[in-house]
Write a protein that binds this ligand. Sequence first.
Ligand SMILES: NC(=O)c1ccc[n+]([C@@H]2O[C@H](COP(=O)([O-])OP(=O)(O)OC[C@H]3O[C@@H](n4cnc5c(N)ncnc54)[C@H](OP(=O)(O)O)[C@@H]3O)[C@@H](O)[C@H]2O)c1
Length: 285
Amino acid sequence: MTLENKNIIITGATAGIGKQAAFFLAKKRANLIFIGRNKNKSMKIIDSINSLNPSIKAEFFYADLSLQSHIARVFFDIKSKYKSIDILINNAGAIFSKRQMTKEGIEKTFALNHMGYFSLAKLIIGIMDKKINSRIINVASAAHLSGKINFSDLFIEKKYGFGWKAYAQSKLCNILFTYQLSKLLYSTKITVNCLHPGLVNTDFGNNNSFIFSNSFKLVKNLYGINEKKGAETINFLASDIQVANETGGYFVKKKKTHSSKISESIDLQKKLWDTSEEIFQRLCK
Ligand SMILES: NC(=O)c1ccc[n+]([C@@H]2O[C@H](COP(=O)([O-])OP(=O)(O)OC[C@H]3O[C@@H](n4cnc5c(N)ncnc54)[C@H](OP(=O)(O)O)[C@@H]3O)[C@@H](O)[C@H]2O)c1
C-alpha cells in the first residue's frame, strides 16, 4: 500500500532496527512520529531524514516507554496534534542483565518490552480509523521460544539470572498480546501482527555490564545480520499489500510462521490481557 502521507508512530527509532525502518518509511513519504527518551539522538535522525528529502514530515515526542505515566502523557501530546494514526510500530525494547524495578513498581523488562507495547497500542487504537486498513506491528523475537510465563512471579523475583528469563518472557508476551488484540479487533480493519527480525547486529544488549555487552557483541558480530536487513520484516508488514488483510500472525523473514505452543494458549492470551489491563487502568489512565 502507498505510505504517502500516512501517519506512522515508531518507537525505538534512535538506533538499530527501528532507525532503519524509519529511513525506509521516510523514503515512502510517510509522516513519521518518533517516540523516544533521547531527544538529541532522535533529532539527529530526523535531520538526516530531512537532508534526504526536506518535505518529509518527521516529529519527535518524548517518553520513557518503561513508564506508564509517560505513555499516558505522550498519547495526549500526539492526540492533540494528530487526528488519526495509520500505523503503530512497537519496537523499543531491551534486555537488562541486572534486575531493576521502575519507579512505578514494575520489573523493567516487562514494563518496557510488554507494557510499553500494550498501553501504547490500547491508547493509539482510540485514534485509528477502524474502517480503513490500519496496522499495528509488534517487534517480538525468536527468544520467545524459550519463554514461559508465571503469573505468580511475573516480575521475576526468583532466578532472574542474567536477564534472559525476563527477556524471553517479555517477548512471549509480545506474541500473546498480538494474538489477543487481533481477536479483539477482528471486526475492524485494524490488523495486528508481530515478527522476529533475525539476530541483528545492533546496539541491543549494550546497555549492560562490560562482560555482558561484550559477550553479546561477539555473538552479534559473528552471526548477526545487518540492521537494514533486520528491518525488512517490519517494512514488509508496514507497507506490503499482500498483508493488508493479514492479522494475528507471527512473521519471520517476511513469512507467516508458527510461534511456540505456549504462545497459542487462549487461556494465557486472555490472562495476560487481563493482568496488563489492570496495570494499565491503575497507572496509565
Ligand atoms: N537485535 C536483535 O538481534 C533482535 C532480535 C530479536 C528481536 N529484537 C527486538 O528488536 C527491537 C529493537 O531492538 P534493536 O536490536 O534495534 O536494539 P537497539 O539498537 O538497542 O535499539 C533499541 C531502541 O529502543 C529504544 N529504547 C530502549 N529503552 C527505551 C525506553 N525506556 N524508552 C524509550 N525507548 C527506549 C532505544 O532508545 P535509546 O536510543 O534512547 O536507547 C533504541 O531506539 C527490540 O524490541 C528487540 O527486543 C532484536
